[in-house]
Design a protein around this ligand. Structure first.
Ligand code: C2E
Ligand code: MG
Ligand code: MG
Ligand code: MG
Length: 290
C-alpha cells in the first residue's frame, strides 16, 4: 500500500508495520485488562554483599511480571515502553511502588527494597508526595527504600527531575543510578543528582574477563564510585570468573543469576522472614484503576 501524505512525501506502509502496530495495540489493551484484573505480579531478585566466598543478601529488587492468558509471559522490556507511551505506567508504577513497600514492610528482616522508576514517573511533580504517602501508609522505614532511575530519564528534563529527586531524598529514601554507562551518560549527572549508588549495567559485566574495553569500563566505574563516595553494585553477574574479577576489584555488592533469580517472594521466605506466611495473594490485589 502506498499512502499520499501532506506535500510530496510518499509514505510506504509495509504489512510488517501494520502488524507491529496491531500487536502494540493488542498489548496495550491486554495490559490495561491485566492491570484492572490484578494479573500482574512482582518478583524479587536478591542483591548480595560478598567477600568472594560467602554472600549475604542485603536487599531485593522488585521486578514486574506479566503473563497474558493468550500471549504468554511478556518481558518488561517489551511492555514497559508501551505502558510509557500510553500513560498506563503512571498507575502501574504507583501499584509497583505500593506493592513492593507493603511487601517489604512485613519482613521481620529489615532488608532493603529496590523499585524501578520510569522516566514518565520522574516528570510528575506529585511523585515525592506519592512516595511519602506510600511510606506513611505502609510504615516502611524510608532508609530501606531505594528508587532506581536511569540517566536517560534524568536528562530529559534535568531541572525538573533534579527537584523531584531531591524532594524524594529529603524523605530519607535512597536513589540508585540504574544501567550505568549505557544511557545518555554524562559524569556531571553523578555530581548534580543526589545519587547514593551506581548500578553497573549488565552489558559490561557480561563481557567481563573476555573483553578489554569492558574490563576498563568496569574498573573505571568502580574507581569513580569510590572516589565520589558512592556505593556501587554490579548487575547481571552470572559466572565465577565475573564474580572473582569484581571481588579482586573491590566491588563487593552484586546482583545476578549467580546469586539468585527474580522469583516470587515466597521463594525467599527463609530470607525475609515475613510476619504472616504464606499469603499467596501478597503480590496481587484486586486490580489497578486505569
Ligand atoms: P533493570 O532494572 O536493569 O533490571 C535488571 C534486569 O536484569 C531484570 O530483567 C533481571 O531479571 C535481569 N537480570 C538479573 N540478573 C541477571 C543475570 O545474571 N543475567 C541476565 N541476563 N539478566 C539478569 P527484567 O526483569 O526483564 O527487567 C528488564 C527491565 O525492565 C528492568 O531492567 C527495568 O528497566 C524494567 N522494569 C522491570 N520492572 C519494572 C518496574 O516495576 N517499573 C519500571 N519502570 N521498570 C521496570
Ligand atoms: Mg533496576
Ligand atoms: Mg539495570
Ligand atoms: Mg535494564
Amino acid at each position: 500500500r502506498v499512502k499520499q501524505s501532506g506535500g510530496n512525501d510518499i509514505v510506504f506502509y509495509s504489512s510488517e508495520m501494520d502488524e507491529e502496530y496491531r500487536f502494540k495495540r493488542q498489548l496495550s489493551s491486554n495490559l490495561r485488562h491485566a492491570m484492572e484484573n490484578g494479573q500482574l505480579e512482582l518478583h524479587y531478585q536478591p542483591q548480595c554483599e560478598t567477600d568472594g566466598n560467602d554472600q549475604v543478601i542485603h536487599s531485593f529488587e522488585a521486578l514486574l511480571r506479566w503473563t497474558d492468558p493468550e500471549l504468554g509471559s511478556i518481558p518488561p522490556g517489551r511492555f514497559i515502553p508501551i505502558a510509557e507511551e500510553t500513560g498506563l505506567i503512571v498507575p502501574l508504577g504507583e501499584w509497583v511502588l505500593r506493592t513492593a513497600c507493603k511487601e517489604a514492610a512485613r519482613w521481620k528482616n529489615p532488608l532493603g527494597i529496590g523499585v524501578n522508576l520510569s522516566a514518565v514517573q520522574l516528570q510528575k511533580h506529585e511523585l515525592p508526595e506519592l512516595v511519602a504517602e506510600i511510606l506513611n501508609e505502609t510504615g516502611l522505614d524510608p532508609k530501606r527504600l531505594e528508587l532506581e532511575v536511569t540517566e536517560t530519564a534524568l536528562i530529559h528534563n534535568p531541572a525538573r527531575s533534579m527537584k523531584i529527586l531531591s524532594d524524594i531524598k529529603k524523605l530519607g529514601v535512597r536513589i540508585a543510578m540504574d544501567d550505568f554507562g549505557t544511557g545518555y551518560s554524562s559524569l556531571a549527572t553523578l555530581q548534580n543528582f543526589p545519587v547514593d549508588r551506581i548500578k553497573i549495567d549488565q552489558s559490561f559485566i557480561k563481557k567481563l574477563v573476555s573483553n578489554d574495553q569492558a574490563i576498563a569500563i568496569v574498573r573505571a566505574v568502580i574507581n569513580l564510585s569510590r572516589d565520589l563516595n558512592l556505593e556501587v553494585i554490579a548487575e547481571g553477574v552470572e559466572t565465577d570468573e565475573q564474580a572473582s574479577f569484581l571481588n579482586d576489584h573491590d566491588c563487593r555488592s552484586v546482583q545476578g543469576y549467580k546469586y539468585g533469580y527474580p522469583k516470587p517472594i515466597s521463594d525467599y521466605a527463609h530470607v525475609v522472614n515475613p510476619t504472616e506466611f504464606p499469603e499467596t495473594t501478597a503480590n496481587r490485589d484486586s486490580g489497578i484503576e486505569t
